[in-house]
Design a protein around this ligand. Structure first.
Ligand code: CO
Length: 157
């Protein structure tokens, strides 16, 4: 595995609407593994492919360092409730801000082995899914956050 360079806010690649993944193969699984390693090395809880320069619809999430999710072509098919909480992002170092998100989401996606999956999530996992899927649309949390501050906190995605 290898650490990848994380693109920072201001890089036009982060503003790109990403293309669907059309081939699930070894190369894609290697990219997902490298994304995961890069995320863990940066103490992140999620990472989206455009953050490492690949404009495809793939994200890796692990909010408890126990359950890693590789989501390919993810689509949120249900949203419920609303909650405002602080967020950060590996592409926006040391910036934090309050973002309103759905409290619960259902996401449908393809697994790293090409299987159709459904995941119902709440709490930090639901927030992280929404944050990472925004990356696939070329949107950063700082585009929608309120009360943005500079400082240190422990969950960046
Ligand atoms: Co992010």
């Amino acid at each position: 595995m290898a650490l990848l360079e994380i693109k920072k806010a201001g890089d036009p690649i982060l503003k790109t609407v990403c293309a669907p993944v059309d081939k699930i193969d070894k190369r894609l699984r290697k990219l997902l593994d490298n994304m995961a390693e890069t995320m863990y090395a940066s103490d992140g809880v999620g990472i989206a492919a455009p953050q490492v320069g690949e404009t495809i619809r793939a994200v890796v999430i692990d909010v408890d360092k126990k359950n890693r999710y590789d989501l390919i072509n993810p689509v949120i098919t249900h949203r419920e409730g609303s909650v405002i909480d602080s967020e950060g992002c590996l592409s926006c170092p040391e910036l934090f801000g309050d973002v309103e998100r759905a409290e619960k989401v259902r996401v449908e996606y393809i697994s790293r082995f090409g299987k159709k999956k459904i995941l119902d999530a709440d709490g930090l996992l639901a927030r992280c899914i929404q944050h990472e899927l925004d990356h696939l649309e070329g949107q950063l949390f700082i585009d929608i956050a309120k009360n943005i501050t500079k400082g240190k906190k422990n969950s960046e995605a």
